[in-house]
Design a protein around this ligand. Structure first.
Ligand code: ADP
Ligand code: ZN
Length: 731
């Protein structure tokens, strides 16, 4: 008989230990496979960590054992899911992030291989199921169901996998929707014609040689957009592949993968793509190709850092400063940190590319930990856009037809339409209006789960919480005073789109934001249309700001530059600087001079000024003084502890107890404990939350203390603890 030590599928710290199960069958069980087990009267998935051969049967064994040992229900896999390196990586991540091992396996594996009950039914079939609307009547539906029905109605048909399963089920049972099957569009293998490597500029050549030479291992490739970083990535990849090694190329988000994939496909074969908008079966296929060693290049977003490539010679993290490289749920890993961990094993070259490196990365480069490389010129010496800051507080600057726009921006847009050139407008807020207000009693509507003000979305005429996804129908009357007129206050991307269409009725206008991204291929189609000059004005959130190389864009308008500055996080200035710099960098590519207009209520703010002249160094120096004063990264490290419970009193008592406990422990060390504070999102999943922030200089100062803290909390019932190392935000 074999005794299996099994981790069960819940990735929470109170269950971060193995449970023993027996297996009396014939198969020789290997560690690293999944099994089905009965746990607390439920069939769930377990991940085998260790196997012991025992010379007894279960009855005899049971007599000697202190606990009841059950048999597993079923063996799921034949071969281990993760190779030796990735198993070791999971251990290193567990040490660094204080995260439950299971949560790390869940993050590492693609959907259909995750040790999770729900993964077992993930489709591996070769056709798509679409949902169509059958009955538009919304009577007896919940707000979530209505939201989904309206989405389906608006887009005629939607992939079933894009929608929440329980909502689909409910709508189907209520006879509102129907299913249609269509042969699967496999990963659209766009035909691209092969291109030759370009002749490099001197700077590019120096960077390429340095990256592919012996010596340094990690590089910061700093260069403005359009300075030819991607060309360096491509040629470095070629050299590495010629040496028989593999390449991993990370991009910050889905909307950028297709462009990067295209550029790699123009040069190479045997590429796999990994990112979150693939269906589970597509991901499964790509994952298998990689682990079988059939590809030598992987392009993907954050989780592609776990690609089971062997013999990696080069890892590139493009736009390394972007926050999407950090996963904002347990285990809270950062792709760059994971890359550094894998580097110890593979000894690969790691290239971090950015026009605006994160302050942490730049500091390391200045200290010589990373080797600094520069691309200072835009290719073909095309100059940076000419930028104007418009003070929106001065009424003389405001357009006569629309308070949303300045006279300057209005004129420039018209000018571009006349010249058949393209415009991009950045508004970093989705939806129609950030909030609605009763016109009589001024009441605003808040999310009942997390207390955040609800945004109005015109597309489906609903109110939505941008934090937890709560939705409700737009009320017909004020819940407080019964009045039936509401003001829609402020503006988001939908409103900007509406306004632009009103002001320029003949222009071809499109919008890109995460609402649009819900619909499969819509983002890609829109970008392709824009690239092909079939759209004159593209409006969007930060999704449009990054990476795209559109040759005919000669005007970028930042509709409201101040949006990000008010967020109470130590990174809000850095984010805003990056966003504006990147956005206006879209204007004027290889052969055309660009212009940019920044509309702001803070025309004298250093972030606005520095980004308008695209002066990263000036921003870096100013921001670093603030970081030093406030003792924030990169001057210290942060660990954010979140405690959650349904029992508020218990939570408050425990959090103060823990704070005092920590302060006593840290009395003689350079460690600061802040809180417990009530976070911005006071309630998540109906649990109250409290946060304790730890600022430290040396890792060894907090190592044992945090482990102990996790233990203390796990021994207290009904309180959950989450540890976020290197959080992107301090509130
Ligand atoms: P980045 O990644 O820094 O934004 P890219 O590599 O995308 O820059 O280069 C910007 C543009 O310049 C692209 O259209 C690219 O094809 C072109 N380009 C890059 N390097 C060269 C080169 N050495 N010679 C000619 N054109 C180049
Ligand atoms: Zn909410």
């Amino acid at each position: 008989m074999q005794i299996l030590d099994v981790l069960i599928e819940y990735g929470i710290s109170s269950l971060d230990r193995t449970f023993s199960y027996a297996y009396q069958g014939e198969i020789k069980i290997k560690p690293g496979i999944r099994v089905l087990v009965n746990f607390n009267h439920k069939e769930i998935v377990g991940y085998v960590v260790d196997v012991k051969e025992i010379d007894m049967d279960l009855k005899e064994y049971q007599k000697e054992s202190l606990f009841v040992v059950k048999e597993i229900t079923k063996v799921i896999d034949e071969e281990p899911l993760l190779n030796e390196e990735l198993v070791k990586l999971a251990q290193d991540m567990k040490e660094y992030y204080f995260a439950p091992l299971m949560s790390i396996y869940q993050a590492m594996l693609p959907p259909s291989l995750k040790p999770k009950r729900s993964s077992l039914s993930k489709p591996k079939i070769s056709y798509d199921t679409f949902v169509i609307c059958k009955d538009e009547n919304e009577e007896d539906l919940t707000p979530k169901q209505i939201e989904t029905l309206r989405l389906i109605k608006n887009y005629k048909k939607i992939l079933r996998s894009e929608l929440k399963p329980h909502l689909v089920k409910a709508l189907f049972e209520k006879n509102k929707i129907d299913f249609v099957l269509e042969e699967k569009i496999r990963l659209v293998q766009e035909e691209v014609s092969k291109k030759d490597d370009l002749v490099l500029s001197d700077e590019q050549k120096r960077a390429l040689d340095s990256i592919t030479e012996e010596g340094h291992s990690t590089y910061l490739l700093e260069g403005v957009t359009g300075s030819g970083k991607t060309e360096v990535y491509l040629q470095a990849s070629r050299r590495i592949i010629e040496r028989g090694k593999t390449v991993l190329m990370l991009v910050p988000e889905i909307s950028l993968t297709h462009q990067m994939v295209k550029r790699f496909k123009e040069r190479f074969d045997n590429i796999a793509i990994l990112h979150s908008s693939l269906t589970p079966s597509e991901k499964y296929d790509e994952y298998r190709l990689i682990s079988q060693g059939k590809v030598n290049i992987v392009v993907g977003a954050r989780s592609a850092i776990f690609a089971p490539l062997k013999n990696i010679g080069l890892v590139i993290i493009d736009e390394e400063h972007v926050e999407t490289y950090k996963q904002e749920t347990t285990p809270y890993y950062h792709a760059l940190k994971v890359a550094l961990m894998r580097q110890k094993y593979h000894k690969f070259k790691l290239v971090l590319g950015s026009a605006t490196p994160s302050l942490e990365t730049k500091t390391r480069a200045l200290k010589g930990i990373y080797h600094q490389l520069y691309l200072t010129k835009r290719i073909n010496d095309s100059s940076l856009p000419k930028t104007t800051i418009v003070n929106m507080l001065d009424l003389n600057n405001i357009d006569n037809d629309s308070i949303m726009f300045s006279k300057t921006l209005r004129e420039k847009i018209q000018d571009r339409l006349d010249k058949k050139e393209q415009t991009m407008l950045l508004i970093n807020k989705r939806g129609y209006a950030p909030y609605i207000q009763c016109s009589r009693c001024q009441m605003t509507l808040k999310c009942p789960t997390c207390g955040v003000i609800l945004s109005y979305h015109q597309f489906d005429d609903m109110l939505k919480c941008h934090h937890c996804g709560y939705v409700s129908k737009m009320p017909s009357s004020c819940p407080k005073c019964g009045h039936t007129k509401f003001y829609k206050i402020g503006f988001g991307s939908e409103k900007v789109e509406e306004e632009i269409k009103r002001l320029y009725p003949y222009a071809r206008v499109a919008r890109l934001d995460s609402d649009i991204a819900l619909v499969k291929n819509k983002v890609k189609d829109t970008l392709t249309k824009f690239e092909n000059n079939e759209i004159d004005i593209l409006i969007g959130t930060q999704m449009i700001a990054k990476g795209h190389d559109f040759r005919n864009v000669t005007l970028v308008g930042v509709v409201l530059a101040d949006l990000g500055l008010n967020i109470p996080s130590y990174k809000s200035s850095e984010r805003t600087f990056n966003l504006i710099t990147q956005a206006i960098g879209r204007s004027g590519r290889v052969d055309k001079l660009g212009e940019a207009i920044i509309q702001t209520y803070n025309p004298n703010h250093y972030v606005i000024y520095d980004s308008s002249i695209q002066d990263y160094n000036r921003f870096f120096n100013e921001e670093m003084t603030y970081r030093k004063e406030s003792q924030n990264p990169p001057y210290v490290y942060l660990a954010m502890i979140t405690l959650a419970s349904e029992d508020l009193n218990n939570l408050i008592d425990t959090s103060f107890y823990l704070k005092n406990h920590l302060e006593a422990k840290f009395a003689n060390k350079k460690v600061e404990v802040i809180g417990p504070s009530e976070p911005f999102l006071a309630k998540v999943n109906n649990k109250y939350q409290r946060k304790i922030l730890i600022k430290f200089k040396k890792r060894e100062d907090i190592e044992n203390e945090i482990k102990e803290l996790i233990e203390i909390v796990n021994n207290r019932k009904k309180i959950q603890i989450l540890v976020n190392i290197d959080p992107e935000s301090d509130y």
